[in-house]
Design a protein around this ligand. Structure first.
Ligand SMILES: [Zn+2]
Length: 164
């Protein structure tokens, strides 16, 4: 076992001891405060937990509306025996520092005269919007059949904070 000098009383002591057997001084400053350190770690963990809970309850889409950019990727027309509908594929650019889910868009249909004839609010189920990234989301558009081929305008209306 190698030896060293106690920093305080200068007696020869074993290299690996925390406490000098002669003067009872701790050889490293942080051993003096073991209990304090444990307490700080517990406090830190508790505050992280409280902070993350609180943060997710406090954030609301309306406060961050301007930090999202929505781009239409494409629109697909789906025809089968039972019905005809469209799938709207969007790219949502999340410029916030938060994660979100379940985007809701407002889709407004206009007839050839430019008159608003129908509004729907489709939801993309399970869509996870990662922070500081662009995410692709799909929405089923199911307006009354007469309006399916009308021009429409979209707007992101709602999102829910997520903790994934
Ligand atoms: Zn000593």
């Amino acid at each position: 076992m190698s030896q060293k000098q106690c920093k305080f009383c200068k007696n020869e002591i074993q290299d690996n001891v925390k406490k000098c057997p002669y003067c009872l001084s701790y050889q490293k400053w942080y051993f003096d405060n073991v209990i304090l350190y444990r307490l700080l770690i517990v406090l830190f963990i508790v505050s992280l937990f409280v902070f993350s809970k609180q943060r997710n309850n406090d954030i609301e889409f309306k406060d961050f509306e301007k930090n999202f950019k929505v781009e239409i990727v494409n629109v697909q027309l789906i025809k089968n025996e039972s019905n005809t509908y469209k799938i709207l594929n969007l790219k949502i650019d999340n410029q916030t520092a938060y994660k979100w889910k379940y985007p809701v868009v407002e889709v407004r249909y206009y007839n050839p005269d430019g008159v608003l004839v129908f509004t729907e609010f489709p939801t993309a189920f399970q869509a996870k919007i990662t922070k500081k990234e662009k995410t692709n989301c799909s929405f089923d558009l199911r307006p009354p059949q007469d309006f399916l081929n009308y021009k429409f305008k979209i707007k992101l209306k709602d999102l829910y904070p997520d903790n994934f």
